[in-house]
Design a protein. Structure first.
Length: 288
Protein backbone atom coordinates (compact mmCIF):
# COMPACT_ATOMS: atom_id res chain seq x y z
CA UNK A 1 0.00 0.00 0.00
CA UNK A 2 1.35 3.39 -1.05
CA UNK A 3 2.78 5.68 1.63
CA UNK A 4 1.27 4.12 4.74
CA UNK A 5 4.46 3.05 6.50
CA UNK A 6 4.01 5.67 9.27
CA UNK A 7 0.53 4.28 9.95
CA UNK A 8 1.75 0.70 9.97
CA UNK A 9 4.49 1.68 12.39
CA UNK A 10 2.07 3.42 14.76
CA UNK A 11 -0.22 0.38 14.76
CA UNK A 12 2.73 -1.91 15.50
CA UNK A 13 3.79 0.29 18.43
CA UNK A 14 0.22 0.43 19.76
CA UNK A 15 -0.05 -3.38 19.68
CA UNK A 16 3.37 -3.72 21.32
CA UNK A 17 2.36 -1.20 24.01
CA UNK A 18 0.14 -3.88 25.55
CA UNK A 19 3.35 -5.74 26.47
CA UNK A 20 5.01 -2.80 28.28
CA UNK A 21 4.98 -3.45 32.02
CA UNK A 22 3.17 -1.01 34.33
CA UNK A 23 1.81 1.06 31.43
CA UNK A 24 -1.69 1.29 29.97
CA UNK A 25 -1.72 0.09 26.38
CA UNK A 26 -2.22 2.88 23.85
CA UNK A 27 -5.42 3.15 21.82
CA UNK A 28 -5.50 4.73 18.36
CA UNK A 29 -8.21 6.27 16.17
CA UNK A 30 -7.39 6.34 12.43
CA UNK A 31 -9.30 8.81 10.24
CA UNK A 32 -9.07 9.10 6.45
CA UNK A 33 -11.23 9.23 3.34
CA UNK A 34 -12.89 6.05 2.07
CA UNK A 35 -10.54 3.90 -0.06
CA UNK A 36 -7.48 5.14 1.84
CA UNK A 37 -6.36 1.67 2.94
CA UNK A 38 -7.44 1.83 6.59
CA UNK A 39 -9.14 -1.57 6.62
CA UNK A 40 -6.37 -3.17 4.56
CA UNK A 41 -3.69 -1.98 6.95
CA UNK A 42 -5.60 -3.05 10.07
CA UNK A 43 -6.42 -6.47 8.62
CA UNK A 44 -2.72 -7.07 7.96
CA UNK A 45 -2.20 -7.18 11.75
CA UNK A 46 -5.22 -9.39 12.51
CA UNK A 47 -3.32 -12.70 12.76
CA UNK A 48 -1.00 -11.67 15.57
CA UNK A 49 -1.26 -13.26 18.99
CA UNK A 50 -3.50 -11.42 21.41
CA UNK A 51 -5.55 -9.70 18.68
CA UNK A 52 -9.36 -9.64 18.39
CA UNK A 53 -10.43 -8.33 14.97
CA UNK A 54 -14.06 -7.21 15.15
CA UNK A 55 -16.05 -6.40 12.02
CA UNK A 56 -19.08 -5.66 14.18
CA UNK A 57 -19.20 -4.29 17.72
CA UNK A 58 -21.91 -4.42 20.35
CA UNK A 59 -22.01 -3.87 24.11
CA UNK A 60 -22.67 -7.56 24.76
CA UNK A 61 -19.97 -8.55 22.28
CA UNK A 62 -17.34 -6.58 24.18
CA UNK A 63 -18.59 -7.91 27.53
CA UNK A 64 -18.24 -11.46 26.22
CA UNK A 65 -14.55 -10.78 25.51
CA UNK A 66 -13.73 -9.54 29.01
CA UNK A 67 -12.90 -13.01 30.32
CA UNK A 68 -10.26 -13.59 27.64
CA UNK A 69 -8.93 -10.06 28.12
CA UNK A 70 -8.60 -10.70 31.86
CA UNK A 71 -6.65 -13.91 31.15
CA UNK A 72 -4.31 -12.11 28.75
CA UNK A 73 -5.54 -14.04 25.72
CA UNK A 74 -6.72 -10.78 24.13
CA UNK A 75 -4.55 -7.68 24.49
CA UNK A 76 -5.69 -5.50 21.59
CA UNK A 77 -9.01 -5.07 19.78
CA UNK A 78 -8.96 -3.98 16.13
CA UNK A 79 -12.11 -2.29 14.82
CA UNK A 80 -11.86 -1.54 11.07
CA UNK A 81 -15.17 0.34 10.99
CA UNK A 82 -15.87 2.61 13.96
CA UNK A 83 -19.26 3.40 12.43
CA UNK A 84 -20.37 0.02 13.81
CA UNK A 85 -19.82 1.58 17.25
CA UNK A 86 -21.24 5.08 16.75
CA UNK A 87 -23.86 4.40 14.07
CA UNK A 88 -26.44 2.87 16.40
CA UNK A 89 -29.20 4.62 18.36
CA UNK A 90 -28.04 7.25 20.83
CA UNK A 91 -28.52 5.28 24.06
CA UNK A 92 -26.71 2.26 22.64
CA UNK A 93 -23.82 4.47 21.49
CA UNK A 94 -23.49 6.11 24.91
CA UNK A 95 -23.45 2.76 26.72
CA UNK A 96 -20.92 1.22 24.34
CA UNK A 97 -18.59 4.24 24.34
CA UNK A 98 -18.75 4.34 28.16
CA UNK A 99 -17.75 0.67 28.22
CA UNK A 100 -14.88 1.26 25.77
CA UNK A 101 -13.70 4.28 27.76
CA UNK A 102 -13.49 2.15 30.87
CA UNK A 103 -11.80 -0.70 29.03
CA UNK A 104 -8.98 1.45 27.62
CA UNK A 105 -8.47 3.76 30.58
CA UNK A 106 -9.64 3.00 34.12
CA UNK A 107 -10.29 -0.69 33.58
CA UNK A 108 -13.46 -2.69 34.27
CA UNK A 109 -13.86 -4.29 37.69
CA UNK A 110 -17.49 -5.33 37.53
CA UNK A 111 -20.60 -5.13 35.36
CA UNK A 112 -24.14 -5.41 36.67
CA UNK A 113 -26.87 -5.12 34.05
CA UNK A 114 -30.06 -7.02 33.27
CA UNK A 115 -28.14 -9.33 30.91
CA UNK A 116 -24.68 -9.37 32.52
CA UNK A 117 -23.34 -9.77 36.02
CA UNK A 118 -19.55 -10.03 36.14
CA UNK A 119 -16.96 -9.39 38.84
CA UNK A 120 -13.22 -9.58 38.21
CA UNK A 121 -10.37 -9.86 40.71
CA UNK A 122 -8.42 -7.14 38.89
CA UNK A 123 -9.29 -4.21 36.65
CA UNK A 124 -9.62 -5.49 33.10
CA UNK A 125 -7.94 -3.31 30.46
CA UNK A 126 -7.37 -3.61 26.74
CA UNK A 127 -6.42 -1.13 24.03
CA UNK A 128 -8.39 -0.45 20.87
CA UNK A 129 -7.21 0.47 17.38
CA UNK A 130 -10.16 1.69 15.33
CA UNK A 131 -10.71 3.35 11.95
CA UNK A 132 -13.39 5.70 10.68
CA UNK A 133 -13.94 7.56 7.43
CA UNK A 134 -13.45 11.31 7.35
CA UNK A 135 -17.12 11.78 6.42
CA UNK A 136 -18.35 9.92 9.49
CA UNK A 137 -15.70 11.64 11.59
CA UNK A 138 -17.01 15.10 10.78
CA UNK A 139 -20.57 13.95 11.50
CA UNK A 140 -19.79 12.21 14.80
CA UNK A 141 -16.78 14.05 16.26
CA UNK A 142 -18.96 16.08 18.64
CA UNK A 143 -20.36 12.85 20.10
CA UNK A 144 -16.93 11.28 20.43
CA UNK A 145 -15.54 14.42 22.07
CA UNK A 146 -18.46 14.77 24.48
CA UNK A 147 -18.13 11.17 25.68
CA UNK A 148 -14.42 11.64 26.49
CA UNK A 149 -13.36 9.01 23.97
CA UNK A 150 -11.13 11.35 21.96
CA UNK A 151 -9.02 12.34 24.96
CA UNK A 152 -8.25 8.66 25.57
CA UNK A 153 -6.91 7.79 22.12
CA UNK A 154 -4.00 8.85 19.94
CA UNK A 155 -5.43 10.19 16.66
CA UNK A 156 -3.91 9.54 13.25
CA UNK A 157 -5.39 11.29 10.22
CA UNK A 158 -4.01 11.43 6.71
CA UNK A 159 -4.66 12.18 3.07
CA UNK A 160 -3.08 11.16 -0.23
CA UNK A 161 -1.30 13.51 -2.61
CA UNK A 162 -2.29 13.67 -6.27
CA UNK A 163 0.89 11.78 -7.15
CA UNK A 164 0.06 8.99 -4.72
CA UNK A 165 -3.47 8.69 -6.08
CA UNK A 166 -2.03 8.25 -9.57
CA UNK A 167 0.49 5.70 -8.26
CA UNK A 168 -2.33 3.67 -6.67
CA UNK A 169 -4.24 3.71 -9.95
CA UNK A 170 -1.09 2.33 -11.63
CA UNK A 171 -0.92 -0.46 -9.07
CA UNK A 172 -4.54 -1.37 -9.78
CA UNK A 173 -4.06 -1.30 -13.55
CA UNK A 174 -0.93 -3.46 -13.29
CA UNK A 175 -2.62 -5.95 -10.96
CA UNK A 176 -0.43 -5.18 -7.96
CA UNK A 177 -3.07 -3.61 -5.70
CA UNK A 178 -4.27 -6.92 -4.23
CA UNK A 179 -0.99 -7.65 -2.45
CA UNK A 180 -1.39 -7.46 1.33
CA UNK A 181 1.71 -7.07 3.48
CA UNK A 182 1.01 -9.21 6.53
CA UNK A 183 2.58 -7.84 9.70
CA UNK A 184 3.98 -10.16 12.35
CA UNK A 185 4.74 -8.43 15.62
CA UNK A 186 7.73 -10.01 17.36
CA UNK A 187 7.98 -9.10 21.02
CA UNK A 188 10.06 -11.92 22.43
CA UNK A 189 9.35 -13.79 25.65
CA UNK A 190 7.23 -11.72 28.05
CA UNK A 191 4.85 -12.75 30.77
CA UNK A 192 1.28 -11.60 31.24
CA UNK A 193 2.51 -8.52 33.13
CA UNK A 194 4.77 -7.48 30.25
CA UNK A 195 8.37 -6.26 30.24
CA UNK A 196 9.95 -3.24 31.91
CA UNK A 197 11.28 -0.55 29.56
CA UNK A 198 13.20 2.50 30.80
CA UNK A 199 12.46 5.99 29.50
CA UNK A 200 15.32 8.43 30.26
CA UNK A 201 14.03 11.79 31.51
CA UNK A 202 15.66 13.75 28.69
CA UNK A 203 13.83 11.58 26.15
CA UNK A 204 10.53 12.26 27.92
CA UNK A 205 11.20 16.00 27.81
CA UNK A 206 11.97 15.81 24.12
CA UNK A 207 8.74 13.93 23.43
CA UNK A 208 6.81 16.58 25.36
CA UNK A 209 8.37 19.45 23.41
CA UNK A 210 8.46 17.96 19.91
CA UNK A 211 5.43 15.68 19.87
CA UNK A 212 2.91 16.30 22.66
CA UNK A 213 2.84 20.10 22.74
CA UNK A 214 2.46 20.30 18.97
CA UNK A 215 -0.26 17.65 18.91
CA UNK A 216 -2.27 19.11 21.81
CA UNK A 217 -2.25 22.56 20.22
CA UNK A 218 -3.68 21.11 17.00
CA UNK A 219 -6.22 18.91 18.79
CA UNK A 220 -7.56 21.70 20.98
CA UNK A 221 -7.84 23.97 17.95
CA UNK A 222 -9.60 21.31 15.88
CA UNK A 223 -11.97 20.04 18.54
CA UNK A 224 -12.60 23.22 20.51
CA UNK A 225 -11.29 21.59 23.69
CA UNK A 226 -8.88 22.72 26.40
CA UNK A 227 -6.91 19.53 27.03
CA UNK A 228 -3.73 19.81 29.09
CA UNK A 229 -2.15 16.85 27.33
CA UNK A 230 -1.41 14.65 30.35
CA UNK A 231 -2.96 11.54 28.81
CA UNK A 232 -1.26 12.17 25.49
CA UNK A 233 2.12 12.55 27.18
CA UNK A 234 1.64 9.20 28.91
CA UNK A 235 0.51 7.58 25.67
CA UNK A 236 3.41 8.94 23.62
CA UNK A 237 5.91 7.83 26.25
CA UNK A 238 4.35 4.35 26.24
CA UNK A 239 4.61 4.25 22.44
CA UNK A 240 8.30 5.14 22.72
CA UNK A 241 8.75 2.23 25.15
CA UNK A 242 6.86 -0.04 22.77
CA UNK A 243 9.20 1.03 19.95
CA UNK A 244 12.16 0.01 22.10
CA UNK A 245 10.45 -3.29 22.90
CA UNK A 246 10.01 -4.00 19.18
CA UNK A 247 13.77 -3.51 18.76
CA UNK A 248 14.44 -5.95 21.59
CA UNK A 249 15.73 -3.18 23.86
CA UNK A 250 14.85 -2.33 27.46
CA UNK A 251 15.61 1.39 27.10
CA UNK A 252 14.14 4.13 24.90
CA UNK A 253 16.82 5.44 22.53
CA UNK A 254 17.26 8.28 20.05
CA UNK A 255 15.75 6.28 17.19
CA UNK A 256 12.52 5.66 19.11
CA UNK A 257 12.04 9.36 19.82
CA UNK A 258 12.98 10.30 16.27
CA UNK A 259 10.37 7.87 14.95
CA UNK A 260 7.61 9.49 17.00
CA UNK A 261 8.76 12.98 16.08
CA UNK A 262 8.28 12.04 12.46
CA UNK A 263 4.94 10.28 12.94
CA UNK A 264 3.64 13.27 14.93
CA UNK A 265 2.94 15.00 11.61
CA UNK A 266 -0.25 12.87 11.51
CA UNK A 267 -1.08 12.74 15.23
CA UNK A 268 -3.95 15.17 14.78
CA UNK A 269 -7.14 15.62 12.77
CA UNK A 270 -5.57 17.87 10.13
CA UNK A 271 -5.46 15.25 7.34
CA UNK A 272 -1.91 16.04 6.27
CA UNK A 273 -0.49 14.34 3.19
CA UNK A 274 1.03 11.04 4.24
CA UNK A 275 4.53 10.16 3.12
CA UNK A 276 7.38 7.85 3.96
CA UNK A 277 10.51 9.51 5.26
CA UNK A 278 13.48 9.51 7.57
CA UNK A 279 11.66 9.15 10.88
CA UNK A 280 13.96 6.51 12.35
CA UNK A 281 13.88 2.91 11.19
CA UNK A 282 10.20 2.61 10.27
CA UNK A 283 10.65 -0.41 8.07
CA UNK A 284 8.31 -3.27 8.93
CA UNK A 285 10.51 -5.78 7.16
CA UNK A 286 12.52 -6.54 10.30
CA UNK A 287 9.35 -7.65 12.09
CA UNK A 288 7.99 -9.98 9.44
Amino acid sequence: MIRVRPLRELIAMAIASSYVKNEKAVSVLIVAKPESGKTTVLSSFANNNGIAYLTDVTYSGIVNLLGDIDKGKIRTILIPDMLKVIGRKETSVENLITLLNGLIEEGIKSIATYHHHLIFDNFVRCNIIAAITSTEWFMKKATLAATGFLSRVVPFSYNYSYEDVEAIFREIIEGRANNIIFEKIKIGRVGKAGRDVILPADMGERLKKNVVEKAIDRLNRNLGLELYGFRLQKNIQTLAKASALLRGDDTVREEDVKKLEYISEWINFDFNIIKDGEGGDISADKRV
